[in-house]
Every structure is written in structure tokens, then in C-alpha cells.
Design a protein around this ligand. Structure first.
Ligand code: ZN
Length: 248
């Protein structure tokens, strides 16, 4: 059964990434990352090296553009900007080049579309049913995978109606499988590995069953305190460390 590991918004959090990779071990044949490999977190070089080493196919996010110096960080809030400036100075030559050369989405494969924010605008946040409806109607394939909002779940269009969905993964972390209705169109967000903002601090990712047309949503608890300590040691802004514990 061909399976694709889907990651997004890793944000230089190596501990969360390693915990997710350990949970997903042996369950995937290929992997896609929807961008924001760096920014906010303490491990930009280590995370890039891991993503490259695993051959994870990656499209760029807004933090990757700013971290690579493609765009200046003036549109970011002061805290995010401080972390991006720190990131830019940390990046070693080869890693900086890799980040700089990341392709923009959309990536289209096997009748699936992969984007950072949205297909028409890589920086668009799809938070609302209205925003989702416009994107679902314009979508080039039945299923679009997106990131950027750091909220696991998404939207579906069926019989002319759009609704939002959120997988409810319990404290035991048992993954939630969602079968895809061939009559519906979907926008699906695997959630954020390194900085969840949907109220659940556990690292989020998804596995796509490309033949069975199903998506499995996962959450794994990782050692948040170890990441907070590295952020403190490296002088990253304290609010970025604190929010990891709340998933907000
Ligand atoms: Zn992000």
C-alpha cells in the first residue's frame, strides 16, 4: 500500500520532528513537506540536514523565504522577525543554499495538490469556510494539502456545501483515519510539527494512503521542555518558547 508521510511547519524543532519520524517509522514510502522548515525554533541546520537526508520533497513557506533572505522579514511581527534574523545568521552555507532554492508550491502529483498556504497564493491563510470555499472551487484536483495555519484538519466541499473538520485525537494518541469521499473535494492540513496552534501542543502530521484514498491524522507528544531550554540557551524570544507548551 503506497503511503506518503505529510509534514508541515516544522519550524526548526528537531525534537518534535524526531518524535514524529519515530512514530511514523516503517509506515511510509515517500514524504512531502509543505514548507516552513525553519523559523521560530532552535535547530535550523539540524532540521534542514534531516529533511535533506531523508529525501523529503519540500516546497517553501513564508519563513523559509525570509530565513533564506529572499524576502525581508518586515511583514512579520517583531518576535518572529527576531527569530528569522537569528535563523538567517545561523544557517551554514549549504543549508542556506538549499533553503534559498526551495521551489514554491503548488506541487502537483498523482492527482493531489500540495501547497504552503493556498494554490493561488503561497502566503494565504485558509482559516475560514469562505476562504476554503473559494479555494475548493478553484482547485485543480479533488484533494489539496495545505499548511501555514498550524491547525490540523481542513474543509470539504460536498453537494455544494463547504464544512470544516477537525480530527479528535485522544490522550492515547491513537491516529484518526478519514476515508475520502470520491464525490467530495478536500482541503487537508496535516497540522504543524514544530509549533502547533490548534490548542494541542503535540506534534501533528498525517499519512496519506494514496491508493485507498484515506488520510490518517496523527499527534505525538514530545519533550517540549528540552526545546524550550535550547531556545533559552540560544537567546530566542521567550514568548516563542512559552507558546510551545500550550499549542497556541
Ligand atoms: Zn508556519
Amino acid at each position: 500500500m503506497p503511503r506518503c508521510l505529510l509534514l508541515s511547519d516544522i519550524h526548526a524543532n528537531l525534537t518534535a520532528l524526531e518524535t514524529a519520524l519515530a512514530a511514523a517509522a516503517g509506515r511510509w514510502d515517500r514524504a512531502v513537506c509543505l514548507g516552513d522548515v525553519v523559523g521560530y525554533g532552535p535547530d535550523p541546520n539540524e532540521v534542514i540536514e534531516r529533511v535533506v537526508g531523508l529525501g523529503i520533497q519540500t516546497i517553501r513557506g513564508n519563513h523559509d523565504k525570509a530565513g533564506a533572505g529572499i524576502e525581508d522579514a518586515e511583514d512579520f511581527n517583531p518576535i518572529a522577525r527576531a527569530a528569522l534574523e537569528w535563523t538567517h545568521h545561523q544557517l551554514e552555507g549549504e543549508n542556506l543554499r538549499w533553503l534559498h532554492d526551495l521551489p514554491a508550491g503548488p506541487l502537483i502529483q498523482d492527482d493531489m495538490v500540495f501547497v504552503h498556504g493556498a494554490a493561488g497564493d503561497e502566503d494565504e491563510y485558509v482559516f475560514t469556510v469562505d476562504g476554503a470555499a473559494r479555494n475548493l472551487r478553484e482547485a485543480k484536483a479533488p484533494v489539496t494539502f495545505f499548511g501555514h495555519t498550524h491547525v490540523q484538519g481542513g474543509f470539504l466541499l460536498r453537494d455544494g456545501r463547504v464544512e470544516a473538520f477537525r480530527p479528535a485525537i485522544g490522550p492515547d494518541g491513537h491516529p484518526v483515519r478519514m476515508e475520502l469521499d470520491p464525490e467530495a473535494r478536500y482541503l487537508i492540513n496535516p497540522g504543524s510539527i514544530g509549533q502547533p496552534r490548534d490548542g494541542d501542543p503535540r506534534a501533528a502530521f498525517a499519512l496519506i494512503d494514496t491508493e485507498g484514498r484515506a488520510v490518517e491524522f496523527w499527534r505525538v507528544a514530545y519533550d517540549v521542555e528540552a526545546v524550550q531550554k535550547r531556545m533559552d540557551d540560544r537567546g530566542l524570544p521567550e514568548p516563542l518558547a512559552l507558546r510551545l507548551a500550550f499549542g497556541r
